[in-house]
Design a protein around this ligand. Structure first.
Ligand code: C2E
Ligand code: CA
Ligand code: CA
Length: 699
């Protein structure tokens, strides 16, 4: 062997070694003899030991995947036929274990015969299974990705900083209302379609990924090519490796429907469904904000509570109740000055927060709302119910007051408004009786309980006259409760009875008054011609299941006659619990207790009740009597009530007779009974009873 041959041999060994190490399989086919050599690394690639496989030129064909057969054979044939410069193909060969091994087969002719035909062809096969798997994985990811983009309607785009070109896919074009093609767009295409109000922010946010390296999500409005405004959501990231100077890669999605839905939901969460006003929680937020700056920006809280709403709801039905609430909501909303907000706090309670500039009086707004409500009809038919409201308001000028206290002030004032006769407005700190000192309902209540226990609850009475005759002709008297506070001041029932009702204490209070009156003055009411006492009962007492047992026991203990007791129930109380009222009236009649329908005419469809409640008398609401002389309307009402009452055999009592003119008018109208300051001012019951004895003695 020559030195050169030695060197070649050594180099051949080295290459064989390198090929073996690289895991490449070598084949060497001699086309003249038909023999083929497969290197040991080739065998190992397929899991065989060297020598385990025959050196058959067709060996590889027996291991070839049928799907790859045609292509692999063609690749060899084309090369041998001189059509291609080299063999270059991918195919699967079966491993000894049975699985398929992907190989890249590359080779070519290294020797030719005399006629120039290939004589020896050599090739190398590389195991590319891993690459093939990765490619498969990538293809799968790609397919899923495309599907996801299609399903979510997401468009993709990129912008190259080096070439300063932007590329939008077909979907992105479509979203912007442009013909749906994949392709380049002009640089300012995006900016030119941004909604002017969102442009600055969107452009700024869009650039952020380049500075922060983070993916940015942004929402903005865009004006589509057809002029429609749409909400879009874009994700942008900056990829420094793409292109020469990096690229923005982004997605874009039309989220208009979702945005509108979110807006609607957010709105619904803040608003009362029925009236469209703010709801309680939104009101709390507004109030908290208003309080923060109360020192600089004074404001008023108005608290509005409907009068007789419960009656309307129970009597006319929930649909009518809902309708009324909607109308009231509309009235309030229409009356709101700039910067004011209104909420429905629940049930029939509304509140307003209204800025108050110096010189302005919150009462103006309150009165305007009351007037509008008074002028509104709540039903189509002529006898449609009228609703009223009571409004209390509190002026808030400093931030030190708590939110709960601020609202409680307006609530207390509303309470006082209701107590002072409904359809009124009262400012916190003014108004009648207990609300003067700003007592809360709870404090009034504890006063009342304490007064009952310590005899500070007083029984007053007001005589009821047969009009034109001295009181001795009737001997009737209405019992009126008075609360004496710790300082000896008298508090009228309007200031504490609503509190008792509110906290469910009214029945206990009424019982206390009946028992105490009978215990103290029972002796004066033992038979015909004797004292007849009228008791006011609250709605809660009407549905007190133990009431009659209680009355019978007290009547018995005082040895008085049932017929010397009159129970006055208001129309509102009666409709509040219609069935309880009906049962009450029947139970009263069985015992010959008398029942009078109080404040008649103030409620809804009053005449209707007369058919349902077989009462003995009705007391015309004092509001119709007070100004009788000056009001032809009131006179007409009083006349109508009297006519109907007479026709069905009821006695009529007129309240609040304050002057002789009124008395004369009532007499002229044929009203039989009456009471009022002109005839008698309420005084302690003892005085009336003493007078009675005196009167009798004088007879
Ligand atoms: P009411 O049953 O309508 O009683 C008549 C009210 O009118 C009384 O007010 C009486 O003082 C007042 N009044 C009488 N004459 C005149 C007049 O000429 N002019 C004016 N402006 N007012 C007159 P008071 O005593 O403040 O009672 C108010 C309401 O409190 C009563 O209205 C009644 O509904 C309720 N009330 C009074 N005592 C009791 C009670 O013991 N239990 C219950 N549940 N309610 C009571
Ligand atoms: Ca009464
Ligand atoms: Ca009355």
């Amino acid at each position: 062997m020559t030195g050169e041959e030695d060197k070649d041999g050594a180099r051949g060994d080295l290459w064989a070694h390198a090929i073996d190490r690289a895991g490449l399989g070598v084949w060497d086919a001699d086309l003249a003899t038909g023999g083929c050599y497969y290197s040991p690394s080739w065998s190992r690639m397929l899991g065989y030991e060297p020598g385990e496989l025959p050196d058959d030129p067709d060996l590889w064909l027996t291991l070839l995947h049928p799907d790859d057969y045609d292509q692999a054979v063609a690749s060899g044939d084309h090369h041998v036929a001189g059509l291609t410069e080299r063999i270059d193909t991918e195919m699967r060969l079966r491993h000894k274990d049975g699985h398929w091994v992907w190989v890249l087969d590359r080779g070519g002719t290294v020797a030719w015969d005399a006629s120039g035909k290939p004589r020896r062809v050599v090739g190398v096969q590389t195991d590319i299974t891993r690459r093939k798997q990765a490619e498969d994985g990538l293809a799968q990811i790609n397919a899923r990705f495309r599907l996801a983009l299609a399903a979510s309607g997401t468009g993709i785009w990129h912008h190259d900083f080096e070439t300063r070109t932007s590329f939008w896919d077909a979907r992105t074009h479509g979203i912007f209302g442009l013909p749906a093609i994949d392709g380049e767009v002009s640089l300012d295409q995006w900016s030119s379609q941004l909604h002017p109000q969102d442009r600055k922010r969107a452009e700024r946010e869009h650039m952020m990924p380049r500075e922060t390296g983070e993916t940015v999500q942004l929402r903005y409005r865009m004006i589509r090519a057809d002029g429609e405004i749409r909400h879009l959501e874009t994700l942008v990231c900056f990829v420094a490796e793409f292109g020469g100077a990096g690229q923005f890669v982004g997605t874009v999605r039309d989220v208009t429907e979702a945005c509108l839905r979110e807006e609607a939901l957010a709105r619904a969460a803040r608003h009362d469904q029925l009236t469209g006003l703010l709801n309680r929680s939104a009101f709390d937020v507004k109030l908290a904000r208003a309080l923060e700056s109360a020192a600089e920006r004074h404001f008023a809280i108005h608290y509005l509570d409907l009068d007789y709403f419960k009656a309307l709801n129970d009597f006319a039905g929930h649909a009518a109740g809902d309708r009324a609430l909607q109308i009231i909501g509309g009235i309030i909303a229409d009356a709101l000055p700039d910067g004011a907000i209104a909420a429905r706090l629940g049930g029939d309670e509304f509140a307003i927060i209204c800025p108050v500039n110096s010189g302005e009086d919150p009462a103006t707004l309150a009165r305007e709302i009351l007037d509008r409500i008074a002028g509104t009809s709540f039903g189509e038919d002529a006898g449609s119910p009228k609703l009223g409201a009571s409004i209390g308001y509190a002026l808030i000028c400093d931030a030190s007051i708590s939110q709960a206290d601020a609202l409680a002030r307006a609530d207390d004032a509303c309470y006082a408004a209701k107590a002072s006769g409904r359809n009124r407005c009262v400012a916190f700190g003014e108004g009648a009786g207990a609300s003067t000192s700003g007592l809360t309902a709870a404090r009034i209540l504890s006063e009342t309980i304490d007064a009952m226990e310590n005899s500070r609850l007083l029984l007053y009475g007001q005589q009821i006259h047969i009009l034109g005759e001295p009181w001795s002709a009737s001997h009737r008297c209405e019992v009126l409760a008075r609360l004496q506070d710790r300082n000896g001041r008298l508090i009228p029932p309007a200031a504490f009875i609503p509190a008792a009702e509110r906290f469910g204490m009214a029945a206990r209070l009424d019982r206390w008054i009946v028992r105490t009156a009978l215990e103290r003055h029972g002796h004066a009411m033992r038979g015909p011609g004797q004292l007849v006492l009228g008791f006011n009962l609250s709605a809660q007492t009407l549905s007190d299941p133990g009431l009659w047992e209680f009355v019978d026991r007290e009547v018995e203990a005082a040895q008085v006659s049932h017929s010397n007791l009159v129970f006055e129930i208001t129309e509102t109380a009666a409709v509040t619990n219609f069935q309880a009222a009906e049962r009450f009236v029947h139970a009263a009649r069985e015992r010959h207790c008398r029942v009078s329908l109080d404040d008649f005419g103030s409620g809804l469809s009053s005449f209707d009740y007369l058919r349902r409640f077989p009462v003995d008398s009705i007391k015309i609401n004092g509001d119709f009597v007070e100004n009788l002389a000056g009001s032809a309307f009131d006179q007409a009402i009083v006349r109508a009530i009297n006519d109907v009452a007479k026709a069905i055999g009821l006695t009529v009592v007129a309240e609040k007779i304050e002057d002789d003119e009124t008395l004369a008018l009532l007499c002229g109208l044929g009203i039989r009974y009456g009471q009022g300051f002109f005839l008698h001012r309420p005084e302690p019951l003892e005085g009336i009873v003493a007078n009675l004895r005196h009167g009798r003695a004088a007879m």
